[in-house]
Design a protein around this ligand. Structure first.
Ligand code: F6R
Length: 364
């Protein structure tokens, strides 16, 4: 039941501290991730993993794109993330030692399931799933499963499923990285970030009133542009997807470095630009994006943490709790969920049941 909340989506956004804590429950002890959560043969599997192919759709694909950065950055293992509907109709080259990894909230998405079935005939090391529904087809067809424990997600727009997917993928990335010789201090720091995440999300949810005010700036817009770099690029993609699916505002996400290569032509006072750049190593580049946007009469909304907010002369700066390389993409997702929610409510759309969409896409 949605209880005090006006919509399931809002309830599910606010459930994230608990959903993330549940997903971590019993998976970390004494500052270490329990290797056996990846199966009885996990140590050998991790040692043998020479590459990872991530396959998913929609929001789950965005989680996969974030994981790709972690897997390459932390584990030094080549990783691709691809949409299932593309993967299933091409001829991917699978080298020895490649792990196939699907991500799905429902476990029933037709394209993801079809890709998984195709993968059985390819020389993959194993077929692992990150999934939220234990009795689902994708779980049944996988040789290895890491469950997210988001609980039932009723709102069509995925929120807590996404953040718990990120947590499950972070557990995997860190454990793969440890098996590949990641520096112990960086590993310990990553695990600590995961343990702090429920508290950090709860703190970020306190931005709700500020985001509601911000939402009034978007309610009458037709378009919005989201920018991010590194792991925050897929976070920007997820922010744009949420906004378009529930508020019907046309939104696009670009890697910030691409702004000049085309989308800048669209920027004017009617095209707000949202930059997701907490603690970005490339903060100076954000500042130059900002000038580019401002010079075209555009309005820039920056979501940054307090370590970089100082001296940032954007029209609107939302300050997020500071977080490290693992926690930051989760934290910066929260305000974008709240933004799309409030914009949709202001526009009077059916937040939990957006037009034309189904919660589980079981046909291609
Ligand atoms: C967006 C959304 C969809 C799903 C996609 C995959 O909010 O919910 O994009 O993420 O249909 O669904 P699952 O994760 O069930 O495979």
């Amino acid at each position: 039941e949605r209880g005090e909340y006006a919509h399931y989506m809002l309830k599910e956004i606010h459930e994230q501290p608990v959903a993330v804590a549940d997903t971590l429950e019993g998976r970390i002890a004494g500052g270490k991730i329990l290797t056996q959560i990846f199966g009885v043969d996990a140590e050998r599997l991790l040692a043998d993993t020479q590459a990872v192919h991530i396959i998913a759709c929609g929001t789950s694909y965005h989680a996969g794109l974030v994981a790709r950065y972690w897997i390459e950055q932390l584990a030094g293992v080549p990783c691709t993330a691809e949409i299932a509907s593309e993967y299933r109709y091409r001829d991917p080259v699978v080298k020895e030692g490649t792990l196939f990894l699907t991500i799905s909230q429902s476990g029933e998405t037709a394209d993801t399931l079809a890709a998984l079935k195709l993968a059985k005939d390819r020389p993959y090391l194993a077929r692992m799933a990150v999934c939220n529904v234990p009795e689902s087809s994708i779980v049944r067809e996988s040789s290895l499963v890491l469950m997210t424990r988001a609980g039932p997600e009723i709102g069509v727009a995925s929120t807590k499923a996404f953040t718990t997917q990120l947590v499950a993928l972070a557990l995997f990335s860190l454990e793969l990285a440890r098996a590949k010789g990641l520096d112990a201090a960086r590993y310990a720091d990553g695990v600590r970030q995961l343990e702090q995440l429920p508290g950090l999300i709860a703190e970020t949810l306190k931005l709700d009133a500020e985001i509601l005010e911000l939402a009034t700036h978007f309610a009458d817009k037709q378009h919005a542009l989201f920018l991010g770099r590194g792991t925050h690029w897929p976070v920007a993609m997820e922010g744009a997807l949420k906004l378009k699916e529930i508020s019907y505002i046309h939104a696009e996400a670009y890697a910030a470095g691409e702004l000049k290569h085309g989308p800048l032509a669209l920027v004017d006072e009617e095209m707000p630009v949202i930059a997701v750049a907490p603690n970005d190593r490339l903060i100076d580049k954000l500042k130059s994006n900002l000038e580019e946007v401002r010079a075209r009469g555009g309005v820039l909304y920056a979501f940054v943490d307090e370590t970089v907010a100082h001296g940032l002369d954007a029209a609107h700066v939302v300050i997020l709790p500071a977080a490290g390389e693992i926690a930051a993409p989760v934290v910066s997702t929260i305000p974008l969920q709240l933004l799309s929610y409030h914009v949709a409510v202001l526009r009077g759309t059916d937040v939990d049941q957006p037009r034309n969409l189904a919660k589980s896409v079981t046909v291609e």
